[in-house]
Design a protein around this ligand. Structure first.
Ligand code: PEP
Ligand code: MG
Length: 538
């Protein structure tokens, strides 16, 4: 049995086989080889295996998401066959007498840089595809097919690290637990784990040489331990805990359909945070009173091109219609920092958390923003949708947004497309927004406090930096005072305030939030009934 200690991101117990995802950042080594023929043979096998994988992916996508979305796998097949690309790899193997991995990695880098520097937007976006097919070849050459993920059985995912875009590609219904070496408690991958109710540990010093896919694994997300090849007594303990958890959840079931109201009659809305259309199921299962944060940027991650207006409209409309008369607050694109998609072609930055991200991208590249706003205004026609803008620091930004909304409205009017301009609010997640919340409150319909970023910017602590986890203190007096300032300023202007950062789910603060006068808490779906239980006892 092997036992490791880590940090708990989401409490709970998981039992199942491990699925080990190898480190994607392994440096490819240049190895001189006398026998180029062997390397060319390995390359040929890797290419034909890649073609089969891409064909399988195409067939699967065609069934699940339709022809236009499946087309990307056809494009990848064609690129893989491209003569220039193939010749470049082969000639490197022959002339420089190097291993196939090295030739693929160097050719992939060169070609993707060449595409990235092209004028044409379409061609520039192909840089990401070249990277993708080169990585596929590298995986095949090292014998670790990505089919692990593509055809995964219910498993505990074990990895060095997971990015948000990788996490969204995993089949959530099959992830029993997540165990990673890196990652911070407030990263979006951790937030996704909480959202999906998946027991998760980070900061686990795993020795990958010893852990294989298929090994029996127990994740103890209460003590922060993971066991591989566990002893019988550990398995018995885990199974008993799973039953206990199920019993606790069953007791909470009685709270469904009841109000989140204190014994003194103070009502607070308990909404849920989601990242994809399919998460609405968790929202309904847990009887949330609305959706307080739909992180729309997840629609943009884990894919090779921008989602179209139609795709977004369909997604938003589905969520709004499924929620019926309950409110759905959709946050506009908050891409950047840890949430990256290659096709945005964002430059590498020294300080991405303080960089070109979120509303800044939308205001600088209004063409991208307008597509999303058109989709949102169209979907708003069908239900109780509200729009929320992230990372606001000034009243000028809000006014600029309203100008763009006006244009979008005129265009929809001109095109004769049904739409509605809904309630619009902003996230308060920068100290600047807190300090001018009196002025901002005059401009918007509501505030939602994003304590994850507000803590990062107030305490000058990068939420991605795992070494700073011990310093990241959202209970800091500064944060709690800021929340009070924002609530008071909003209420003076007759506007409502919610908290949609992770702090909203902190059971030790629920009573305090009620005292401050917070009107809504938006939390991961699994926390909704727990908070209702606490509130009804206050
Ligand atoms: C926040 O910053 O608190 C928030 C809710 O947004 P995100 O975690 O997606 O940055
Ligand atoms: Mg944020």
């Amino acid at each position: 049995m092997m036992e490791y200690q880590g940090k708990v991101v989401y409490k709970g117990i998981a039992v199942g086989p491990a699925l080990v995802l190898k480190n994607r950042d392994v440096q490819v080594k240049r190895i001189r080889t006398e026998n180029s023929g062997v390397e060319l043979g390995r390359l040929k096998d890797a290419v034909s295996c890649a073609k089969e994988q891409l064909q399988r992916l195409y067939d699967k996508a065609l069934k699940e998401v339709g022809e236009s979305n499946a087309a990307i796998f056809e494009v990848h097949q064609m690129m893989l066959d491209d003569d220039d690309y193939q010749e470049s790899i082969q000639s490197m193997i022959e002339k420089e007498q190097v291993n196939a991995e090295y030739a693929v990695a160097v050719t992939g880098d060169n070609f993707s840089q060449m595409f990235a520097s092209m004028e044409d937007d379409y061609m520039r976006a192909r840089a990401a595809d070249i990277k993708d097919i080169s990585e596929r070849l590298l995986r095949n050459l090292s014998g670790q097919e990505n089919s692990d993920i593509e055809n995964m059985k219910p498993s505990v995912v074990v990895a060095q690290d997971l990015t948000p875009s990788e996490t969204v590609q995993l089949d959530k219904s099959k992830i029993l637990g997540i165990v990673t070496v890196h990652g911070s408690t407030n990263s979006h991958t951790s937030i996704l784990a909480r959202m999906m109710n998946i027991p998760a540990l980070i900061g686990v010093p795993l020795e990958f040489e010893q852990i294989r896919s298929g090994m029996e694994t127990v994740v103890d997300g209460i003590c922060g331990k993971v066991y591989f090849d566990p002893e019988q007594k550990i398995k018995d303990y885990a199974n008993a805990k799973i039953c206990e958890e199920q019993e606790k959840r069953r007791l909470l079931e009685d709270l469904k359909g009841k109000e989140s109201v204190t014994t003194g009659g103070q009502k607070i809305n308990i909404y849920a945070n989601i990242g994809s259309v399919s998460d609405v199921g968790y929202v309904l299962q847990n009887d949330a009173e609305g959706i307080g944060l739909f992180r729309s940027e997840f629609l943009y991650l884990g894919r090779d091109n921008f989602p179209t207006e139609e795709e977004q409209y369909q997604a938003y409309r589905r969520v709004v219609q499924t929620m019926g008369d309950k409110k759905v607050i959709i946050r506009t694109l908050d891409i950047g920092a840890d949430k990256k998609a290659d096709y945005f072609n964002l430059r590498k930055e020294e300080n991405p958390a303080m960089g070109y991200r979120a509303i800044r991208i939308c205001l600088k590249q209004p063409d991208i923003f307008k597509i999303q706003l058109r989709a949102l205004l169209r979907a708003a026609y069908y239900g109780k949708l509200s729009i929320m803008y992230p990372m606001i620091i000034s009243t000028e930004e809000v006014k600029q947004i309203y100008k763009i909304i006006k244009k979008v409205q005129e265009e929809l009017e001109r095109d004769g497309i049904p739409y509605r301009v809904p309630e619009q609010g902003i996230m308060i997640e920068t100290p600047a927004a807190v300090m001018i919340s009196d002025e901002l409150a005059e401009l918007v319909d509501f505030f939602s406090i994003g304590t994850n970023d507000l803590t990062q910017y107030t305490l000058a602590i990068d939420r991605q930096n795992e070494r700073l986890d011990d310093f990241y203190n959202p209970h800091h007096k500064a944060i709690l005072r800021m929340i009070k300032i924002v609530v008071d300023n909003a209420h003076k202007a007759g506007k409502w305030v919610g908290i949609c950062g992770e702090l909203g789910a902190d059971e030790t603060l629920t009573e305090k939030f009620l005292k401050i006068g917070v009107d809504e808490l938006s939390v991961s779906p699994s926390m909704v009934l727990k908070l209702r239980n606490i509130i009804r006892k206050i």
